[in-house]
Design a protein around this ligand. Structure first.
Ligand SMILES: Cc1ncc(COP(=O)(O)O)c(C=O)c1O
Ligand SMILES: N[C@@H](CCCC[NH3+])C(=O)O
Length: 441
């Protein structure tokens, strides 16, 4: 039997059921229905604090929470209370932050194709920095700031040419990437010079992000070293001393056996001495370091509950058991062949006796959540808990097959609060229109 890796406040309670945030998950399934996303508030807060503390030991630093991981108004409240800033990547995330009352002076606006409207919205909202991704955006932003008679502080996103060891679809720092100003062909330096010459722009620093779900600290170290050399080159060639270096996110988490996540302290310990030593070598001031993790904060703090329904046995080959959700609430297995650990929440202490594959309910052969999972004897009505689903599940969910999205509850010390309402069929029709010519007579 594989050892279960329970994080945060997850444990098996005296009834033999899985518990999170002091709540029995079987009761939660009964009360809120399934599929159900659950977020462990204490776990989420602890992850924020650990990263913040790890970097603060090395001087001036700021941790931003990467909204793309899981953005809701309640989550933003927690992020604010924990003293983190925000990375937002769209007008929608920015709007959510505005509505949640998040302090705009701690918001960084990302994206590789921000629209004119999104940029104007960010300027008017008074975000701290816009992370400019390309020449088109630089020109557009300068034009907008000139029209608005203001100056916007920016970071320039640099593509350092580092291939992180992770799934190809979530690598972002390699030369052949859609993101950022490429370093190796001189684009990045050209971008810096251009930004420095623009009246509407104040270049404050640089940004990079090499990818997600990374365990190899050397990838972060190597990137920091490259970025600091470029930092020094900017000073040498333009005389400009930048202030801020944003090293992105990417810290990996535990999903299944074989994953070897590093602690926040190991991440900080890997990159900060490199930054400090490079600054010393080049005779420069150590920049303010920004990091923007998402998965390492939200991922382990979340789990999803499903109810088991139909099953099918292909004699001698496999037993399929279907859940009441799937790729609509968690597209990661279908997109990246991502793996998850799971258990029967109502039989959490029982020994595994069969190997089943967990199918989603979408009309897609690829909608398989977990292959070959060892479970106790499964019966329709059992509650399956899939762990570490706090990151990139809700935020990447869809209404494929017109499935309404599940609800999300925030649990803490025996209290469970709804933070995302379950969609209903009416919600699915909210934006549907029937043109007059199709009206029935
Ligand atoms: C620019 C940027 N910053 C931060 C993140 C957050 O990454 P992670 O969730 O791996 O920490 C991402 C996602 O990969 C990203 O694209
Ligand atoms: N959505 C990806 C990670 C984030 C990529 C964003 N740059 C995942 O689920 O693993």
């Amino acid at each position: 039997m594989k050892e279960l890796y329970l994080t945060g406040t997850m444990k098996i309670n005296s009834q033999g059921n899985l518990e999170i945030g002091g709540m029995d998950t079987v009761d939660l399934a009964r009360k809120f229905g399934t599929p159900l996303w659950i977020i462990d508030e204490e776990g989420f807060r602890r992850n924020c604090r650990n990263i913040k503390k790890a970097f603060s030991l090395y001087g001036d630093s700021q941790v931003l929470y990467a909204s793309k991981t899981l953005a809701t108004m309640a989550i933003y409240r927690i992020v604010e209370q924990e003293g983190l800033g925000l990375d937002v990547v769209s007008g929608g995330e920015l709007y959510t932050a505005l509505k949640a009352g998040f302090p705009m002076q701690k918001v960084y606006f990302h994206g590789n194709n921000k629209s004119r409207e999104e940029l104007r919205m960010a300027i008017c909202a008074g975000v701290a920095r816009i992370v400019v991704d390309n020449f088109y955006e630089l020109e557009l932003l300068n034009q907008l700031c000139t029209e608005e008679n203001c100056q916007q502080e920016i970071l320039l996103r640099v593509t350092p040419g580092v291939e992180a060891h992770t799934h190809e679809y979530i690598q972002t720092g390699q030369i052949d990437s859609k993101f950022g100003f490429t370093l190796s062909d001189g684009q990045a330096m050209e971008g810096v010079k251009k930004a420095l010459s623009m009246p509407g722009i104040k270049l404050v620093g640089l940004h990079c992000h090499i990818g997600s779900q990374i365990f190899a600290m050397q990838s972060f170290q190597y990137t920091s070293s490259i970025m600091m050399d470029f930092w020094a080159e900017i000073k040498r060639t333009s005389g400009c001393q930048l202030e801020e270096l944003n090293l992105g996110g990417g810290l990996g988490i535990y999903y299944v056996a074989g994953d070897e996540p590093r602690k926040a302290e190991e991440w900080a310990k890997a990159v900060m001495p490199v930054v400090q030593e490079k600054a010393r070598q080049h005779g420069l001031k150590v920049p303010r370091i920004i990091v923007e993790p998402g998965r390492a904060i939200a991922g382990p703090a979340g789990l999803t509950l499903y109810t088991l329904g139909s099953s099918k046995e292909v004699k001698g080959i496999r037993k399929y058991v279907a859940v009441d959700g799937g790729m609509t609430d968690n597209p990661r297995p279908a997109l990246y062949a991502a793996k998850y650990q799971a258990l029967l929440a109502n039989k959490a202490e029982e020994k595994p006796v069969e190997t089943v594959s967990i199918a989603g309910k979408c009309c897609e052969s690829g909608d398989m959540l977990i292959w070959d999972l060892e479970l106790p004897w499964v019966e329709a009505g059992d509650i399956l808990a899939v762990l570490a689903t706090g990151a990139y599940n809700y935020s990447m969910s869809s209404n494929y097959n017109r499935l309404p999205r599940p609800a999300m509850v925030l649990v803490k010390q025996g209290q469970a609060d709804l933070i995302i309402k379950r969609e209903n069929y009416e919600d699915l029709l909210r934006n549907d229109l029937i043109p007059e010519r199709l009206e029935r007579d």
